[in-house]
Structure formats: structure tokens, C-alpha cells
Design a protein around this ligand. Structure first.
Ligand code: ZN
Length: 240
């Protein structure tokens, strides 16, 4: 086993001017990296994780998957640090499940920054995270992944889009792009129609291929909603 390369900082996932660039005024901090890059990052260390996160790690038996989960959680801290100006050890993400309402799993959020949305993703040595004003959702998948089969995808994705992708000579890449877009929208709360999620016309969805890391990435974020609260947090001060 060779140690991960020492990486002083994460190379950008997208070339400036390429498709998928997030407008600077959107205020969204999204990072994509390999798990090895994150674990070698000088600002990040597994000791930053909270006790509840480390307890969950103990249940993961596959070492590579454990590393992916650690890296995704650390990358979320780095995004939160970039978004707030605080050091990574001063931002403490939490998770709350929209289904059962319990803490410790489900959608990530920043309890100390209820106006910011947060999202993370990991898959086979790749990780992505995003923090921004309002709902955000990010998904990363290996470029070689082939979601399917099509009958299952037709239940989860727009059937017309699945049929159009399947009509191509090689449907795999198009189906993968549809898949990451759906996942990003779902995590932002758009597809789920979750309370506090963005409504139609308020969602921006961008997707790109990171050839350096052999990854396909999608990012969903709210448009024009600076400071809109979406996460569980203290009620805003109010005279009423
Ligand atoms: Zn739950």
C-alpha cells in the first residue's frame, strides 16, 4: 500500500469558463476531490470529526468505504470553513433526517449557521461537498459507473429523458449524467418537496465531468435566495 500523495490544496474541479461553472455571486462553495486528496490535506484530520460521527464510523467494515465517509465529512467542514471564514475545527455540521426527524443521519446542516445549506457525497474513492446560501445538493459518481437497469431508472428519473438516453449508441454516460442530476436535486430537497426546499424556478442545476479525477458531478442550489433559512436551527429573533 502506498501512502496518499501530499497535496497542498485541492486542485479546482473545473476549468474556468467551462460548462458547469458556478456563478461567483451564487455564494456556493463546492469542492470535489479524491478521498486520498482529502486525507492528505494539511487543514483536515479525522480528529476534527465529532464523537457521534466517529461512533458511526465504527460500524463501517469496509476500509475503503470508511475512508470515503471520513473524507466526505472532512470536505464538508472545509466547504463550511470557506463559506463562513471560520477554521475547519470551528464549524460543526450535524445531520437530521427529514423522514423520522432524528439527528445523526439524513440531511447535513450547520446548526450555528441556519441560513446555509450543506450537502455531501461519496462514491468509490471520490468525495464532494457543498455549502451555500439556501438549499444545496451535490452528487459525485465515478465516470465509469453505469446506473441501471433502465426499467428501474424509469421509475426514478423522467421517463422521457431515460428513453432519449437509451436511444444513444452508448447510453451509459447520458444515464449517469441524469442520475447525478437527480441525486443532487433530491439532496437539495427539490425532488422531495421538503419543507424549506427550493421551488420551481428557484433551482439551479449544474453538472460537469472532472477528467482529472474520473468523476461526474452535479450541484443543485437555490437561486436568488440569499439568507433563506432551511435547516433546523434556532428561531430567528422576532418581535412577534
Ligand atoms: Zn430517519
Amino acid at each position: 500500500m502506498t501512502p496518499p500523495p501530499a497535496v497542498p490544496d485541492l486542485p479546482p474541479s473545473r476549468a474556468p469558463g467551462s460548462d458547469g461553472v458556478i456563478p461567483a455571486d451564487a455564494g456556493v462553495f463546492a469542492l470535489v476531490a479524491t478521498t486520498a486528496e482529502v486525507l492528505a490535506h494539511p487543514e483536515l484530520d479525522e480528529r476534527l470529526l465529532a464523537p457521534w460521527e466517529r461512533r458511526r464510523l465504527a460500524g463501517i467494515r469496509v476500509p475503503g468505504r470508511r475512508d470515503d465517509v471520513v473524507a466526505a465529512r472532512l470536505l464538508l467542514r472545509l466547504c463550511a470553513s470557506r463559506a463562513t471564514g471560520l477554521p475547519p475545527d470551528a464549524v460543526a455540521p450535524a445531520q437530521r433526517c427529514p423522514g423520522c426527524g432524528r439527528d445523526g443521519h439524513g440531511r447535513p446542516y450547520l446548526p450555528d449557521h441556519p441560513a446555509l445549506g450543506a450537502s455531501l457525497s461519496h462514491a468509490d474513492g471520490l468525495v464532494a461537498a457543498a455549502v451555500g446560501p439556501g438549499p444545496v445538493g451535490v452528487d459525485v459518481e465515478p465516470l465509469t459507473r453505469r446506473p441501471g437497469p433502465p426499467p428501474v431508472l424509469r421509475r426514478l428519473l423522467p421517463p422521457d429523458a431515460v428513453d432519449a438516453a437509451c436511444a444513444a449508441p452508448d447510453p451509459g454516460p447520458a444515464l449517469l449524467r441524469l442520475w447525478v442530476r437527480r441525486e443532487a436535486l433530491f439532496k437539495a430537497g427539490f425532488a422531495a418537496g421538503a419543507e424549506g426546499g427550493p421551488g420551481p424556478g428557484e433551482t439551479r442545476l449544474t453538472e460537469w465531468t472532472d477528467h482529472r479525477r474520473a468523476a461526474v458531478v452535479a450541484l443543485a442550489y437555490a437561486d436568488g435566495l440569499p439568507g433563506r433559512p432551511l435547516s433546523p436551527g434556532p428561531a430567528p429573533p422576532s418581535g412577534r
